[in-house]
Write a protein that binds this ligand. Structure first.
Ligand code: HEM
Length: 488
């Protein structure tokens, strides 16, 4: 239940709240002064998350336009404390016009992230791409990732590996250990948790929620694995051994990285620490985002069986019932491509992006965002804006098939930003696109899918860094191709 329109004083902060729909629009907090806001996530607010935010110090009058839910009222004491102690103001941008001002007109100012404590621990002191500030190190690492790994030539060179992995998946022989998946899951959870130590640095030495301690465990585990894999590879190469058959197509990212290091003739651009940070970025930023997107795509298609049928018909025509899906088929599957785009519209994997942090005070719209603020870009909200999208809550892949709809993943249309926009746009788009299309195509071409008997389809999400399904989807496959060899 939502409280009535009104206002409340918390310490020196006056909060205005409303049930009016217009307040779902901007929730930008004036930066010069103290202010506090509560973030809602969904239109119905029945399951809104207790995510409280505040703007920084300073005197004067302040207003935070927010929508307040009874559920949040328990946080008032906390908010009061926050307004006196918090060092990081927080703002939320929920409209495409302000998103454009932020990530296009003032992109250089907003192109940094404020690393939380968990990120500093896990990502080699924030020396990876994601948390590095804009500067020569970030530029160099991003260039290595985009130019040397994400180019079509490099991705083609790794195709054989992806093919083998998909085959393993079909035969249910997964090479990724349970422990590995568990640790990556834990890493994503730790990065997404609101850490009281980040909000009140004064409390950081106490590590009240144990997040720093847990992050150290994950870091030690990941670092040990990366060290052993890299050392093993270096030893093999020093001994003149090839990792697998002498085949260019079975190269992996590590092999490409090590080649880059060797080409530098001792003047390695990438240090070993940066190389490990980059590998960890690829694993952490690339794994859960892609699998979460696949799970949502399946959930939406289970809800809309006619859409699944259309995808399977397209696959039947393009691939044929006597063939396996290959990555080369992807460009010939426009309907499946539209399904992935629509999935990322309704369920953007990183729904508030990674908070952007302005390097100087900057005015966007009528709001001044102070230097050092954490600015959340509410992509979830922008993707459901009825001004921009017809029937915004409906899963309608066809909207992406209309002529000149102009929606790609490159962040040029500010109504559609599943990968962000500007300097910090996701550098893994080409891999994400290939992997999600290839995996979906293979699974849908090879099997019919059914919910477990008596199971109910649930489409609600759980808020965190990653927008995951609240209840994991469990569905069962039945082979639909005629020849058993196609499953080997
Ligand atoms: C469906 C899959 C994916 C989605 C939806 C996604 C989305 C995003 C988003 C929204 C951001 C943050 C942009 C911002 O804060 O402005 C981001 C950053 C990033 N992503 Fe992805 N991503 C995906 C897959 C991948 C893959 C496969 C890789 C690995 C190659 C990757 C690597 C990164 C890195 C390194 C960054 C940080 C970039 C920087 O700060 O300069 N992502 N991604």
């Amino acid at each position: 239940m939502v409280v009535e329109v009104g206002s409340v004083e918390i310490g020196r902060v006056r909060m205005q709240y409303s049930t009016r729909e217009d307040l779902l629009g901007e929730t930008v907090i004036s930066g010069k002064s103290q202010a506090a806001a509560l973030v809602y996530h969904r239109d119905d607010l029945q399951r809104v998350d207790s995510f409280f935010l505040m703007a920084g110090h300073g005197g004067g009058k302040q207003t935070a336009r927010v929508k307040l839910h009874r559920y949040h009222q328990g946080h008032e004491a906390c908010l009061w404390l926050a307004t006196y102690l918090s060092s990081n103001p927080i703002s939320i941008v929920s409209s495409s016009s302000l998103a454009k001002e932020m990530l296009k007109d003032h992109d250089a100012i907003f192109a940094n992230h404020n690393p939380p404590i968990a990120a500093l621990v896990i990502a080699y002191g924030g020396n990876d791409i994601l948390w590095n500030p804009l500067g020569p190190d970030w530029r160099m690492m991003r260039k290595v990732l985009v130019r040397d790994l994400m180019s079509n030539t490099s991705l083609d060179a790794c195709y054989n590996l992806r093919r083998q992995e998909i085959q393993q998946m079909m035969e249910e022989k997964t090479r990724i250990g349970v422990e590995f998946r568990k640790m990556i899951g834990e890493l994503v959870i730790l990065l997404g948790k609101t850490n009281i130590s980040d909000i009140f640095p004064i409390l950081a030495p106490l590590d009240l929620q144990g997040i720093e301690r847990k992050a150290k465990v994950v870091f030690t585990w990941a670092d040990t694995i990366l060290d052993s894999v890299i050392n093993e590879r270096l030893k093999m190469e020093a001994g003149g051994e090839k990792r697998s058959k002498d085949d260019l197509e079975s190269k992996d990212f590590l092999e490409i990285f090590l080649e880059i290091k060797q080409q530098e003739d001792g003047k390695a651009a990438l240090s070993m620490r940066q190389l490990k940070a980059l590998l960890l970025d690829i694993i952490s930023a690339g794994t859960d985002t892609t699998t979460t997107t696949l799970e949502w795509a399946f959930a939406e298609m289970m809800q809309n069986p006619n859409i699944m049928r259309k995808v399977q018909e397209e696959l039947g025509k393009v691939v044929g019932m006597s063939n396996k899906v290959e990555e080369s088929h992807i460009s010939m599957l426009p309907y499946l491509n539209a399904v992935v785009k629509e999935t990322l519209r309704l369920h953007p994997a990183i729904s508030l992006l990674i908070p952007h942090c302005p390097s100087q005070s900057c005015t966007i719209g009528q709001f001044t965002i102070p230097k050092g603020a954490n600015v959340f870009l509410n992509v979830w909200k922008i993707h459901r804006d009825p001004e921009a999208w017809e029937d915004p809550s409906e899963f309608l892949p066809e909207r992406f098939l209309r002529d000149n709809n102009g929606y790609d993943y490159m962040g040029n249309n500010f109504n559609y930003l599943p990968f962000g926009s500007g300097r910090r746009i996701c550098p893994g788009i080409s891999l994400a696109e290939r992997m999600s299309m290839y995996m979906l195509a293979t699974l849908l071409h090879s099997f019919e899918w059914k919910l477990l008997e008596n199971a109910e389809l649930d489409l609600s999400d759980e808020f965190g860094l990653m927008l995951k399904k609240r209840i994991p989807l469990v569905i069962t496959p039945t082979p639909r191709l005629s020849k058993v060899e196609l499953y080997k």
